[in-house]
Design a protein around this ligand. Structure first.
Ligand code: ADE
Ligand code: ZN
Length: 327
């Protein structure tokens, strides 16, 4: 079986960050918004480093203005993912970019994404679930509004709450109110941690936000007692190898700790994060991992099992999707 056809599950995918540059340029043209400066001459996204990446990301989001725009975005992203064999994905989406944190507006945006997701499930056999993310550098007050949006719309489709954005802003505990609110609404929790800051940040995320999964979490490798804790408590890491290398967390895939974390029995999974920004796809992730670490179809089957075990969907959906991996 070719690598692109191998069935895959992906837990860490930012919906806005997965927007193909041509899609964003098309919307910019329709709305007469000048976005020239965020693109390279060849049409790819242009950014210098992580801080600038966040700025460019937010500039791209300015053209996403209506629920219809998010319907089309979801459709475009799922068509691309399905073409890489993805049969199950979870996507981060931020109410800050969908009505500015207003619950009434958010409901309409979410309905549009859910509708596009259900159409793609029927047409392409790809199942998507949503995770509301607050944006760390927008601060704790905005995070509360995002958590309220999530709590109000929790259901079959909207299953989780998390936090993305600049890990160098504040402390995880600053956002505990929002995570408590989300937990009380029976949302499942994940947070970006240990991408830019070290083990202390991951410990704070576990202790103060009580999450089931960590976005990235790769710098746990710098503290082996923490690695043991992740393995023991089965805290799943949403690892995004090519994102880490492209943003300079590690100089090369061969220096990436995923192999080591896996050897120490941490449940690891593979995701693309923001695929067009990092010139990646799920196929490219698998090919690079196969080339660098010699992983084969059995290894990828194990990583997909890790992902489906840690998926935030209901058990009926989990069982239905798991069948796709054993066919
Ligand atoms: N938002 C989108 N991608 C992100 C990443 N890799 N880290 C933090 N915030 C993000
Ligand atoms: Zn991310």
């Amino acid at each position: 079986m070719s690598m692109s056809q191998l069935p895959k599950a992906e837990l860490h995918l930012h919906l806005e960050g997965a927007a193909p540059p041509a899609f964003i340029r098309g919307l910019a043209k329709e709305k007469s918004i000048d976005l020239q400066k965020i693109f390279n001459g060849d049409g790819t996204y242009a950014y210098r480093d992580f801080a600038h990446f966040l700025t460019v990301y937010e500039a791209a989001c300015t053209v996403l203005q209506t629920p219809e725009d998010f319907y089309r975005l979801t459709q475009a992203v799922l068509e691309e993912s399905a073409s890489h064999g993805v049969v199950y994905a979870e996507t981060f989406v931020s109410p800050d970019f969908c009505g500015g944190g207003d619950v009434v507006a958010w409901r309409e945006y979410m309905a549009a994404m859910q509708e596009a997701s259900e159409a793609a499930d029927r047409a392409l056999g790809i199942t998507l679930r949503g995770i509301v993310t607050c944006i760390r550098h927008f601060g704790p007050e905005k995070a509360k509004a995002a958590a309220l949006c999530a709590a109000e719309t929790r259901g079959d489709w909207l299953v989780g709450f998390g936090m993305a954005g600049d890990e160098n802003t504040g402390q995880p505990g600053d956002y505990a109110y929002s995570f408590d609110l989300a937990r009380e609404a029976e949302l499942q929790l994940t947070v970006h941690a240990g991408e830019w800051r070290g083990p202390e940040e991951i410990k704070a995320a576990l202790d103060d936000l009580r999450v089931a999964r960590i976005g990235h979490g790769v710098r746990a490798i710098e503290d082996l007692a923490l690695v043991d804790r992740l393995a023991e408590d089965k805290i799943t890491l949403e690892v995004c190898p090519i994102s880490n290398v492209t943003l300079g967390v590690y100089p090369a895939l061969s220096a990436h700790p995923i192999e080591n974390l896996r050897a120490r029995e941490v449940p690891v999974t593979i995701s693309t994060d923001d695929p067009p920004f990092f010139h990646t796809t799920m196929t490219r992730e698998y090919e690079a991992l196969a080339q660098t670490f010699g992983w084969n179809e059995d290894d990828f089957a194990e990583l997909n099992q890790n992902a489906m075990r840690a998926a935030f969907c209901d058990d009926e959906t989990r069982a239905r999707v798991q069948k796709r991996f054993s066919q």
